[in-house]
Design a protein around this ligand. Sequence first.
Ligand code: ZN
Length: 83
Amino acid sequence: MDVRVPQRQCVACKARKEKSDLFRIIKQNDTPLFCTNGHAQGRSVYFCKDKSCIMAGKKKNLASKSLKMHVEAAVYDQMIEAL
Ligand SMILES: [Zn+2]
């Protein structure tokens, strides 16, 4: 396995991908944010840049489970809009 590129796992389909192929929701100051800054530090959850993964995540609110905090539906909508 090529270890040079760090991979992250989509919480919806469990696929492992490069970070550039995933959207990220990051917990910052107790607020979940759709993160477009790859260098931000914090607890994060990743989704494929794929509507089916984001919609599955929204339906079950998978980001809330991973981040252990409430994630508004609007955060998922931001990802869908960014597709
Ligand atoms: Zn996925």
